[in-house]
Design a protein around this ligand. Structure first.
Ligand code: ME8
Length: 511
């Protein structure tokens, strides 16, 4: 059965430094949702890219002694390479310095002017260049003689300049109605409550242009004002679908976006400003914004400015990409922050990947190769212990679609590893090696069930650890187009004899 179209995005990254684990985390979880939906027969469009304008990037380019565009060309390439290293299945990589994006931003701006939602005035207030965000006076504190935002901890500066404003205050009531009507627009619900509380406390009009620097998209027909980088950046989600051409197939198939995956620090932009801009421009808002937690290192957000970075590329080189993907998803629970360490990474690789799933595949494959000439027949004698395993598996799989649809990756991964543990236990209890001499039929039956379990687990784990599971599914001779989740509706993967190919070690134990 064909599923609905699914448009999923990661945040587009600031090319202001080396990619870090937070970037990797945002990208990997979005990739898991994209892969899961593809395996569930949906047509998927998965977007990532780089957010290249604004003062933060202009400053970084100046520091590097480069023209901003040359600087962005260089660093954007590093992020593009990261998508390969992380094994992302993105369908597009957008840069906000591309023409298609300028057309889209200009069009949105003009629509907001036409609807009367933008007016010219003067901004006086606090601005954080590192967050590219405006803050109210009650969000400012003093630390070591410097003004900082209490929301992010970043330093802020006082800004006074001519500015265009978006009438955000006029959208307060309509936003609250929108959240009410779409109760899963923001997940997890703790973040939804946070946003509703903020909106209820009163929204001020938002400054949407700057005049004190030049690196950005100029306001149409104006040579003084640069469009605020967040209005520019958020529009990337439309530009990639060829907006403003609303008759374009991509736009028709995929807008409104199904899911924006973001970190909790950029929730306000996605859950308040973005739907307000879109509603004002008469464009349907996205269906969901999922705000994940932070990757912490010793209880602090991992970031370049804090100097506590675990470099994703070094980890991939040492341990492997499937290992990093699995660990991040297992360790960081639904929407919360997660403290990561090399020690925990190693113990997770050993316990779940090497000793559990990897061992399950290896022991079954090598037994069949050594004792059954690499094939097992299908038999119909289902014993009570077979039934028990199948029922337990069903109990674990029945909610998996809804766990994924609610972005609850943590519950998902726990259920699938439990199925793997149960299957290992089944083999320990059934001891097929003891049946070699006098009950080949029963031995065959056990192995058939074990392979069916391995196939299911591999398809379920495929979005998280695509490399290892593809090797197993190849070795099971399952055609790529059959590696889908239809078995969740009760069918079997194998209906006949199964022939297997050789399977190399999937995960080396870390000693
Ligand atoms: O925010 N743990 O870009 P960015 C988890 N350009 N996630 C983290 C993190 C951490 N320690 N540090 C950063 C931007 N992130 C904008 C987005 S979208 C229209 C524009 C996450 O490069 C962060 O929460 O600063 C965000 O989701 C993403 O990395 C990109 O951060």
């Amino acid at each position: 059965m064909k599923g609905a179209n699914f448009y999923i995005t990661t945040p587009i990254y600031y090319p202001s430094g080396e990619p870090h684990m937070g970037h990797a985390y945002s990208s990997i979880i979005a990739d898991v949702f994209a892969r899961f939906k593809r395996n569930d027969n949906c047509k998927v469009f998965f977007l990532t890219g780089t957010d290249e304008h604004g003062l933060k990037i202009q400053n970084a380019a100046e520091k590097a002694g480069l023209d901003p565009l040359i600087y962005c060309d260089k660093i954007s390439k590093v992020f593009r390479e990261l998508t390969k290293k992380l094994n992302l299945s993105n369908d597009d990589f957008i840069r906000t310095t591309e023409k298609r994006h300028y057309d889209s931003v200009n069009n949105l701006w003009n629509k907001l002017i036409k609807s009367g939602d933008i007016y010219l005035s003067k901004y006086k207030g606090w601005y954080s260049v590192s967050d590219e965000a405006y803050y109210n006076s009650d969000e400012i504190a003093e630390k070591n003689g410097k003004k900082i935002s209490t929301f992010s901890g970043s330093s802020v500066e006082w800004v006074e300049e001519d500015s265009f404003f978006f009438k955000l205050s006029a959208w307060e009531k309509k936003l609250l109605e929108f959240y009410e009507k779409n109760d899963k627009f923001i997940l997890p619900s703790s973040r939804r409550n946070e946003v509703i509380k903020f909106v209820k406390s009163g929204l001020k009009d938002l400054s949407v242009s700057r005049t004190s620097f030049t690196w950005g998209i100029m306001v149409p027909n104006n040579n003084k004002h640069v469009i605020y980088v967040w209005l520019d950046a958020l529009t990337n989600y439309l530009s990639a679908l060829n907006y403003p051409n609303v008759n374009d197939k991509l736009y028709k198939d995929f807008w409104p976006a199904s899911l924006h995956v973001i970190g909790k620090d950029i929730l306000r932009f996605h859950a308040i400003y973005w739907p307000a801009f879109l509603l004002a421009a008469d464009i349907p808002p996205p269906k969901r914004v999922f705000g994940h937690g932070w990757i912490l290192s010793g209880d602090e957000k991992m970031s370049k400015s804090k100097g506590n970075i675990l470099n994703p590329l070094e980890i991939i080189n040492t341990y492997g990409i499937d290992q990093l993907r699995y660990y991040l998803i297992k360790e960081v629970s639904h929407g919360s922050d997660g403290n990561i360490s090399l020690k925990n990474l190693e113990s997770c690789i050993n316990s779940d990947l090497a000793n559990n799933y990897g061992n399950l595949c290896q022991r079954v494959f090598s037994f069949i190769k050594n004792n059954c000439e690499s094939k097992v027949n299908k038999t119909k004698n289902i014993t009570d212990s077979d039934k028990k395993l199948l029922n337990q598996t069903e109990a674990f799989t029945k909610d998996l679609r809804s766990e994924m649809n609610n972005q609850n990756l943590n519950n998902y991964i726990k259920s699938v590893i439990n199925i793997s543990s149960l299957t290992n236990k089944y083999i320990n209890d059934e001891e097929p090696w003891k049946l070699k001499k006098n009950n080949i039929k029963k031995m065959n039956n056990i192995l058939h069930i074990a392979l069916e379990q391995i196939a299911k687990i591999s398809i379920l784990f495929n979005p998280i650890i695509p490399n290892a599971t593809s090797k197993v599914l190849d070795a099971l001779n399952i055609e790529p187009e059959l590696r889908n989740l239809s078995f969740l509706d009760g069918s079997n993967i194998f209906t006949n004899e199964i022939k297997i190919k050789e399977l190399d070690i999937l995960f080396k134990k870390i000693t």
